[in-house]
Design a protein around this ligand. Structure first.
Ligand SMILES: C[S@@+](CC[C@H](N)C(=O)[O-])C[C@H]1O[C@@H](n2cnc3c(N)ncnc32)[C@H](O)[C@@H]1O
Length: 216
């Protein structure tokens, strides 16, 4: 169930942003994982999964694989203050676009694998993050890399925090065994049919045993 109703996200994205995204896909299709930025319907569904506290409280929020910033814009519109938002994007061209579009947001041109190091440098403590919104194409990433990103996310999330991820595939993009090992509970939140390609939104949170295991 959505944590709070979110205003619909307007379709945005200039032709230049679309061209930059397509260039990123041509140079590295597996990493970019899509030929165009996500649409407004998917962004609205992702934002609807943000925990209530994230909008009002001063928790850090992280976005992984931001592309041209469709979700970044939606996070700011949902009430996340720019100084609380850390965005990680690996592609240099897309990172440049993000820096120009969102000058007040903390934006790293870096591999999401290095999340714990990046957050430590920014003074974001483990267990303090309200939400991690991920646009990473987990299905086309090596399993070891996926495990590292998800393990880091679990370390960073508050006990009531959420990892929000979409997938173009038919199943949860976090492998079942990994989720079970980390004590993550997954929720399938719905499908954005109008997205190109259609995408399913998942939200993950720590179970009580998962939170206890992490603390220990
Ligand atoms: C499917 S696109 C999603 C882009 C954007 N969130 C959207 O929905 O339009 C995946 C993005 O993740 C970025 N990416 C891929 N691997 C990454 C990594 N290891 N660390 C950080 N970003 C990565 C790609 O460059 C690309 O911008």
């Amino acid at each position: 169930m959505p944590s709070f109703p979110s205003a619909p996200v307007r379709d945005a994205g200039t032709a230049a942003q679309w061209r930059a995204f397509l260039r990123a896909w041509i140079s590295d299709p597996l990493r970019t994982a899509a030929m165009s930025p996500s649409g407004a319907q998917l962004a609205t569904m992702m934002m609807a999964q943000l925990p209530e506290g994230v909008r009002h409280a001063a928790y850090p929020v992280i976005e992984l694989g931001a592309g041209t910033g469709v979700f970044t814009e939606a996070l700011l519109a949902a009430g996340v203050a720019p100084e609380r938002l850390l965005v990680v994007e690996l592609n240099r061209g897309l990172h440049g676009i993000l820096r120009r579009r969102f000058p007040h947001v903390q934006i790293e041109c870096a591999d999401a694998c290095r999340l714990l190091e990046l957050t430590a440098r920014r003074g974001i403590a483990p267990g303090s993050v309200g939400a991690i919104v991920s646009g990473l194409g987990l299905l086309s990433m090596p399993r070891a890399v996926v495990a590292r990103v998800i393990e880091s996310s679990v370390q960073l999330l508050r006990a009531d925090g959420r990892l929000i991820q979409f997938t173009y595939g038919p199943l949860s993009p976090v492998p079942r065994a990994l989720g079970a090992r980390l004590g993550l509970a997954s929720r399938r939140c719905g499908m954005a049919w109008r997205n190109m390609p259609p995408a399913t939104v998942y939200s993950y949170g720590l179970t009580a045993p998962g939170a206890a295991r992490r603390a220990g």
